[in-house]
Design a protein. Structure first.
Length: 199
């Protein structure tokens, strides 16, 4: 299955800055939400780091406090241009509000879990984009997806087969999430803060 993308900012002529946009990507089961949650806690005292809530056309879960909207409400907001970026994946629509643009213009760092399909457009739309890929071996991914037993996940096999054919989606940093969540979350937090780290 291939994800589909629509973006609201890719056609702008001037890249949005000077703040940073940190895009966290990776396959289902990689542990993105867990690491993001820990990294968010680690950055809680830094007012220049913002973790916006995603708008999603599915219910919020224990692992993510997204903003749930109906498909109709989502489409209306999209038509008004209210989203900085939006995309579809495995039967749901996802978005980030355009308010992130103002945060980035104010010099802040925005951190978001997004589809790999938006990366190319976001690299063109924003002046400073850092892509962090969080991944794990296929057997680990399959086990984690099965363990969380979320009905919206659909078939495990189809999620593991999903690919994105876009050279611009290549990550700047890759975290192989097979050690402790705390260790890898510290790696992610250092990337978010613009610090160096070693695998």
């Amino acid at each position: 299955m291939t994800e589909t993308l629509t973006t609201a900012t890719a056609d702008q002529t001037a890249a949005i800055g000077p703040g940073r946009l940190v895009l966290v990507v990776g396959p289902s089961g990689a542990g993105k939400d867990t690491l993001l949650g820990l990294a968010k806690a680690a950055c809680a005292d830094d007012g220049n780091v913002v973790f916006p809530r995603r708008v999603i056309t599915r219910e919020a879960s224990a692992s993510e406090e997204n903003e749930e909207v109906s498909i109709g409400t989502f489409q209306e907001a999209s038509a008004r241009g209210d989203y900085a970026m939006h995309w579809e994946a495995h039967g749901h629509c996802y978005a980030l509000w355009r308010a992130i643009d103002d945060e980035i213009r104010a010099g802040r760092t925005i951190v978001a879990n997004v589809s790999r399909t938006v990366i190319g457009a976001m690299r063109r739309a924003y002046a400073d984009v850092v892509v962090v890929s969080i991944t794990a071996p296929p057997n680990v991914l399959a086990e984690r997806i099965a363990m969380r037993a979320r009905s919206s996940d659909g078939m495990v096999e189809s999620r593991l087969r999903r690919t994105v054919e876009d050279a611009s989606a290549a990550p700047d940093v890759t975290i192989v999430n097979i050690s402790s969540a705390e260790y890898h979350a510290r790696q992610l937090a250092r990337v978010i803060k613009g610090e160096k780290w070693h695998e």
